[in-house]
Design a protein around this ligand. Structure first.
Ligand SMILES: Cc1cc2nc3c(=O)[nH]c(=O)nc-3n(C[C@H](O)[C@H](O)[C@H](O)COP(=O)(O)OP(=O)(O)OC[C@H]3O[C@@H](n4cnc5c(N)ncnc54)[C@H](O)[C@@H]3O)c2cc1C
Length: 413
């Protein structure tokens, strides 16, 4: 592949769910970091914007650019594991599921992960992708070092010796430059027991603190209607699912506990328990409220959806995420409950999502950068106390804003 931008026309890109699409001036798939540097340098000389596409699993226009879109799929693989320090280093385009075998073979595993495992690690980290468990951070919270090609073409190794920069880089939605490699804090390999079952909504609210604190992982789907479960492949085993909570708890088990897969119960390696199977399409909004305010917010959400929004048939998913220090993280300084709702593709779901936004804003909700949201500059600065620090460092690293786009500029220019 030539690394001359003029030889690289743009191709149309569409995200995984199909609600974002654009055609940039140039598209390139660099084979290594040196090619990334060459491409970013040329784009800077021509005054072009640059954005990287990961696996395209964000619902927001976070990849869009009229300039240069980079595809880092070739920068893929776990390149080092260090069991003594519990560290793993991977190239930016490594998919979450690429970590499984190399880490397990080294006696290691990701500390936590989300519902799917096809994202690029750099893409997942960029938006603060999380799983569930109030003692576990998002994937961004376990990043200990990142290599970033900045606007000048310089390669910066941002590590723990530069804590301010690392906190800005951990959740940066691609705004500090092109990430080529990441080092993560990981766990010793562990096995999980998953237990699922239906419980009444008020029963779950009354036992909220116990459910959240007793289990390594607690998550649930509240199902507004009878047909809701099928939309996310949730099986009620013949029981009525309307207005019920599909509760999932995961706990670590000793290595000698045998594999199990009976109704409502599974025991297996952690990475075989975490991912869900999605074959449905949906457009999702996810907001985060401080953990101690979750039952109050969830009761209000249930009321809103049942009383005023009967068209909202997708389950409401609820997870918890532990606190971290990243400047743009929804978990900055506080554990949160992640509350997500989905709109049906092809329908006008914006009024519904705006009602959810208005309600959760009353509970000081922060947003998921990869999912639909209505964040304004005023709310950004009120709810993210280190937003100014992020913007200052962003301007220092990228004075011309080549890594911004039309979606991010109003918030972060
Ligand atoms: C079915 C489904 C399930 C999901 N489940 C969860 C979940 O359980 N938990 C959760 O928190 N989220 C979840 N998400 C959201 C998803 O994890 C995030 O949107 C994530 O950012 C997507 O990663 P990606 O690799 O697809 O990145 P993309 O969506 O392609 O990009 C995300 C951002 O990262 C930037 N980026 C990517 N690579 C680089 C790089 N090398 N350098 C600089 N910037 C880069 C992009 O420019 C963009 O700004 C889900 C999404 C879907 C569609």
């Amino acid at each position: 592949m030539a690394t001359l931008l003029s030889d690289l026309p743009g191709s149309t890109w569409t995200n995984w769910v199909g609600n974002q699409s654009f055609t940039p001036a140039h598209t390139a798939a660099p084979r290594d970091e040196a090619e990334v540097v060459a491409l970013v340098t040329q784009a800077a000389e021509r005054g072009l914007g640059v954005r990287v596409a990961g696996a395209g699993h964000s619902f927001t226009p976070v990849v869009e650019t009229s300039g240069l879109r980079l595809d880092l799929s070739a920068l893929r693989g776990v390149v080092a594991t260090d069991p003594a320090r519990r560290r793993a280093t991977a190239l930016a385009g490594t998919r979450i599921h690429d970590f499984y075998e190399p880490l397990w073979d080294a006696g290691l595993a990701l500390r936590n992960q989300g519902d799917i495992d096809t994202q690029h690690i750099a893409g997942a980290v960029a938006t603060g992708t999380h799983g569930s468990g109030s003692r576990y951070t998002s994937l961004s919270g376990v990043v200990r070092r990142m290599r970033v090609v900045t606007a000048t073409g310089e390669v910066r190794d941002i590590g723990e010796d530069q804590p301010e920069l690392l906190r800005a880089a951990q959740v940066s939605v691609g705004m500090l430059g092109v990430v080529t490699e990441l080092e993560l804090d990981v766990a010793d390999a562990y096995r999980l027991r998953q237990q699922v079952g239906l419980r009444a909504f008020e029963d779950v609210m009354e036992h909220w603190d116990e459910l959240v604190s007793t289990h390594r992982h607690f998550g649930m789907f509240w199902l507004p209607s009878e047909e809701s479960g099928a939309l996310y492949n949730l099986d009620g085993h013949g029981r009525s699912m309307a207005d019920q909570c599909y509760v999932k708890v995961y706990d670590e088990v000793d290595p000698d506990v045998p594999d199990d897969d009976t109704e409502g119960r599974r025991v297996d390696r952690c990475y075989r328990i975490f991912p869900m199977v999605y074959d449905a399409n949906f457009h999702e909004l996810e907001y985060f409220v401080p953990l101690d305010r979750a039952p109050e917010a969830l009761r209000a959400m249930r009321e809103l959806m049942l009383a005023r929004l009967p068209e909202s048939v997708y389950p409401l998913e609820v997870r918890t995420v532990g606190p971290d220090e990243a400047y743009l993280s929804p978990q900055l300084g506080t554990a949160t409950a992640a509350i997500s709702v989905s709109g049906t593709p092809g329908t006008d779901y914006w009024d519904y999502l705006r009602s959810v936004d208005a309600l959760l804003t009353e509970h000081d909700a922060r947003v998921h950068w990869g999912k639909l949201h209505f964040l304004t500059p005023e709310r950004l600065h009120r709810l993210y106390p280190r937003a100014d620090d992020f913007v200052a460092l962003r301007r220092e690293l990228d004075p011309t804003g080549m890594f911004l786009n039309d979606h991010l500029r109003p918030l972060f220019a």
